[in-house]
Design a protein around this ligand. Structure first.
Ligand code: GLU
Length: 410
């Protein structure tokens, strides 16, 4: 598999060729401000001790406190976390929210842990990193396999260690623990606003045939939202495989089946296909909502979608980007399309700092304004630079970073 951080650096370079920026800015952003690795010793339920490897990469705080989720995955390593942190810097700049970029992780398959072990591990991550975290310093959030409940444990642990119980040191908390209305669905919702702003411009029909790869917190809500709006979600997948229904899936039934069995696979009335076959389905819109490196030089030729919108981080490699651009298949990049999550996270942080609670209508109203504005801005930038949407999104982000960093390159 390609190293995601190499891909992120390549994207950065390519954007700096699409429009010229100070070489010092690019050089600065090639290097995360700091990379922290910690050992997290946990007492397992059987009495044995296991030590897990945890990370926090603080990429840039030029525009505000480091911001970004924490990923629990057996394949997570420092290179993945570095890439994700760089993308967070770009994403927050794209959304024009007052946040920098960071990311965290633990190399673990959380599905193999008991709830008690998961809680001790999550508290252990905060314990190991409590010096660097804080509402004005570094504000984590959920990512792959991390939940509102985990955020609540982490907020509680931070409160115990530091005395700061405002909750503003972490976002994506449950509502009762200071979470924001709308945060659970914000990533998909933000993407849906981007889709609304760009659908016609990208030549998509009014009613689309949609394929969603991944059925985690982003993918399941996306499948739901697109279905509710009348589009046909013809296939979804998870790590066990994919299911297809040419007439469109009943997403409520898929969700119930996944809850009952742990997977989308096997739902009555659907046909099972492999994850490779999913990529090759004939559809209008393909939404990767799983992990990075899914669309690569070696499989890009099978893609038949008209447009790809990235709800996952880093699903398309730079080589695949070029091949898709050459074939006229637009890729709406992660740093725009999935920025709704961190945008509502920032609303949550703001509410916690000011002791407020906004209604869902307020949250989504503000989110919509941001997503539609920046989608249009990036589309226009791509047109005027005659480049792809990813380079254009990086160009918009780099312009804002350059302004913020003008006085502080060292
Ligand atoms: N993990 C999400 C992302 O990749 C959300 C980050 C956040 O809310 O800070 O954008």
């Amino acid at each position: 598999m390609p190293n995601p951080f190499d891909n992120a650096l390549l994207q950065l370079n390519r954007a700096s060729l699409a429009k010229s920026f100070s070489p010092e800015l690019i050089e600065r952003l090639r290097h995360p401000n700091r990379e922290i690795r910690v050992s997290i010793p946990i007492r397992m339920d059987d009495g044995t001790l296991r030590v897990f490897e945890g990370y926090r990469v603080e990429h840039s705080n030029a525009r505000g406190p480091y911001k970004g989720g924490i990923r629990y995955h057996q394949d997570t390593d420092i290179n993945e976390v570095k890439a994700l942190a760089l993308w967070m810097t770009m994403k927050c700049a794209v959304a024009n929210i007052p946040m920098g970029g960071g990311k965290g992780g633990i190399t673990v398959n959380p599905k193999e842990l008991s709830k008690g072990e998961l809680e001790r591990l999550s508290r252990g991550w905060v314990h190991a990193l409590s010096d660097v975290l804080g509402p004005k310093k570094d504000v984590p959030a959920p990512d792959v396999n991390t939940t509102p409940e985990i955020m609540a444990w982490m907020a509680d642990e931070f409160g115990k260690i530091t005395g700061d119980t405002s909750g503003a040191m972490i976002t994506g908390k449950p509502l009762v623990n200071g979470g924001s209305e709308g945060r659970g669905t914000a990533t998909a919702q933000g993407g849906f606003y981007v889709f609304g702003a760009l659908r016609e411009k990208l030549g998509l029909p009014q009613m689309c045939r949609v394929v969603v790869q991944g059925f985690g917190n982003a993918g399941d809500h996306a499948a739901e939202l697109w279905t509710q709006a009348g589009h046909a979600v013809i296939a979804v997948s998870d790590s066990k495989g994919a299911i297809v229904s040419d007439a469109g899936l009943d997403i409520a039934a898929v969700t119930a089946h996944k809850k009952a069995t742990g997977s989308v696979v096997g739902l009555a009335g659907t046909r099972m296909i492999s994850n490779e076959e999913l990529l090759a389905l004939d559809c209008d819109l393909f939404i990767p909502a799983a992990l990075e490196n899914q669309i690569r030089a070696d499989n890009v030729a099978v893609i038949r979608a008209k447009v790809i919108m990235e709800l996952a981080n880093g699903p398309t490699t730079p080589e695949a980007d070029d091949a898709l651009f050459a074939r006229g298949i637009a890729v709406v990049p992660d740093i725009l399309f999935n920025a709704g999550g961190v945008t509502v996270s920032t609303f949550e942080w703001e509410q916690n700092l000011n002791g407020q609670h906004w209604t869902e209508a307020e949250v989504f109203g503000k989110l919509r304004t941001i997503m539609e504005r920046e989608a249009t801005n990036i589309f226009d930038t791509a047109q005027s630079l005659r480049t792809d949407l990813r380079r254009a999104a990086f160009v918009v982000a780099l312009g804002r970073l350059e302004e913020a960093m003008r006085e502080s390159h060292d």
